[in-house]
Design a protein around this ligand. Structure first.
Ligand code: UDX
Ligand code: UDX
Length: 465
């Protein structure tokens, strides 16, 4: 089977970049990305590629090359489904906020809606590809809906989880460590797997395309994210011990990272991991394990989240304790709001929780982030429901000049590791602040010694003050 038309439902951080790269690498395949959100599609179609809704280094160039040639963004979901032989589902699967599994299970409402829409519209056989991260065995739900509500057509369900990290999405997609494709081990299933292998084979070496059964593929995605998050929680747990023992977490990370069995990546201690995936996927793993009665397995993974919540709270408490146990009426400047550098994504960003904690203590906060829009910051805080949106706006403001937001502040807190923060004129910032002037470096980004020489009181994660 040769794929000529691909449709992707969901033009978000996963669907948009992934399809843009497929279109770039496969000029003979027409790729249409659809979304129910009209504003989002309009932004993807903006004449100026710098205005596309997802900020990723290198992405505007990829979109500029392929858009209008074989890459299209549209709100006409039915038409794109009808035309495509292969349909990727890349809609969001947030943690449930209601009912059974609230706070843990993945909400599969949107996935099910997609399946029903595909079943209603399809006039020919289709391969449906799960791109969204899903609980293991979701493929059977999809298959059930498609076969029972479809027009007697044949549907193959593949799992093809995305491993891209935000901020490096284009590189990760162009040179993936591996591509994982799971499908039924039947003749039709293997044919469908091969059709998707052929798409990736346009640019990914064969030995990097792994095929498995569908359940292994679904579970591997959750497992990969759980392992990565676990590393961050592990190093963060030891960062607290370092602060009490005069060991330095950066030195410890370097020392253990040179062991080739451990490896150097993902050992950077921080104010806590964020992003749309880690917490959601682990909660999901915990929920599934409990569903099968595997209490110890569930507790084991839940601890990764408990540690991460502790790290965020601990950072906020450190600010309060260092400012003589009260931040009421004191201005604290935040540098960074995104959950990591080089993205405008703020989902589950540690900054949100640190700000919330400080606002509960009646602190005043001013924020600067190079890529996050003001309205997004207010939306993030309002979503927590800790106080009215008027109160959030009264006590927290968002600036466009990093030097200005630091003026008259008692403390500067680094929440995201944006490179530009390193090259600021820190003497100028120091001069404009109240004294003693504190820096709380939640990313171990800045040169601690240089800041101390200027006169700052420096508090970094995982080193004694
Ligand atoms: C999401 C999930 O967070 C992630 O777990 C999964 O692996 C892939 O999908 P992301 O692309 O970052 O990742 O989500 P988001 O940026 O929210 O994009 C999802 C898009 O789907 C939104 O633009 C939304 O409007 C769209 N959508 C949602 C539809 O088009 N139809 C629907 O029925 C629901
Ligand atoms: C993650 C996975 O890496 C990716 O494979 C999957 O597809 C989606 O989830 P993402 O959330 O985009 O990607 O970013 P990632 O680079 O993994 O960082 C996640 C969080 O962990 C960020 O908040 C980051 O700052 C934090 N982190 C990461 C650390 O605190 N320390 C580290 O050493 C690494």
């Amino acid at each position: 089977m040769k794929i000529q038309n691909i449709c992707c439902i969901g033009a978000g951080y996963v669907g948009g970049p992934t399809m843009a790269v497929i279109a770039k690498k496969c000029p003979n395949i027409k790729v249409t990305v659809v979304d129910i959100n009209e504003a989002r599609i309009a932004a993807w179609n903006d004449q100026n590629v710098e205005n596309i809704p997802v900020y990723e280094p290198g992405l505007p160039e990829v979109v500029a090359e392929a858009r209008g040639r074989n890459l299209f963004f549209s709100n006409d979901v039915d038409k794109a489904i009808d035309e495509a032989e292969m349909i990727f589902i890349s809609v969001n699967t947030p943690t449930k906020t209601y009912g059974e599994g609230k706070g843990q299970a993945a909400d599969l409402k949107w996935i099910e809606l997609c399946a029903r829409q595909i079943a209603r519209v399809a006039k020919g056989d289709k391969i449906v590809v799960e791109k969204s991260t899903l609980p293991v065995r979701t493929a059977s739900t999809l298959k059930d809906i498609l076969t029972h509500t479809g027009n007697g057509l044949s549907f193959q369900i593949l799992s093809n989880p995305e491993f891209l990290a935000e901020g490096t999405a284009v590189d990760d997609l162009m040179k993936p460590d591996r591509v994982l494709i799971g499908g039924d081990q039947t003749e039709e299933g293997l044919e469908a797997i091969q059709a998707l292998v052929d798409v990736y084979a346009h640019w990914v070496p064969n030995e990097k395309i792994l095929t498995t059964n569908v359940w292994s593929s679904e579970l591997s995605k959750l497992t990969a994210n759980a392992f990565l998050a676990q590393r961050v929680s592990s190093i963060n747990s030891l960062s607290e011990l370092c602060e009490h023992t005069e060991a330095d977490i950066n030195e410890v990370a370097r020392a253990i990272g040179t062991d080739s069995r451990i490896g150097p990546k993902f050992l950077k201690s921080s104010v806590g991991f964020g992003g749309s995936c880690f917490q959601k996927d682990i909660l999901n793993l915990v929920y599934i394990s409990r569903t099968y009665g595997l209490q110890e397995v569930a507790d084991y993974w839940e601890q990764v989240i408990i540690m991460n919540d502790h790290q965020k709270r601990r950072f906020a408490k450190k600010i309060i304790n260092s400012l003589y146990n009260t931040v009421s009426g004191k201005k604290i400047a935040f540098l960074g709001w995104a959950f990591k550098k080089d993205t405008n994504d703020t989902r589950e960003s540690a900054a949100i929780y640190v700000a919330d904690h400080l606002l509960n203590e009646q602190s005043e906060i001013e924020i600067y982030d190079p890529k996050v829009k003001k309205e997004q910051i207010y939306t993030d805080l309002d979503y927590l429901g800790s106080r009215s949106s008027e109160e959030n706006r009264a006590n927290l403001s968002v600036g466009t000049d990093p030097y200005k937001i630091c003026e008259g502040a008692h403390a500067v807190a680094i929440l995201t590791e944006w490179d530009e923060f390193k090259s600021y004129d820190w003497q100028r910032i120091y001069d404009s602040m109240l004294k003693p002037a504190h820096v709380f470096d939640g990313r171990n980004l800045l040169d601690k010694q240089a800041l101390k020489t200027i006169g700052f009181q420096v508090h970094a994660i995982g080193t004694a003050d």
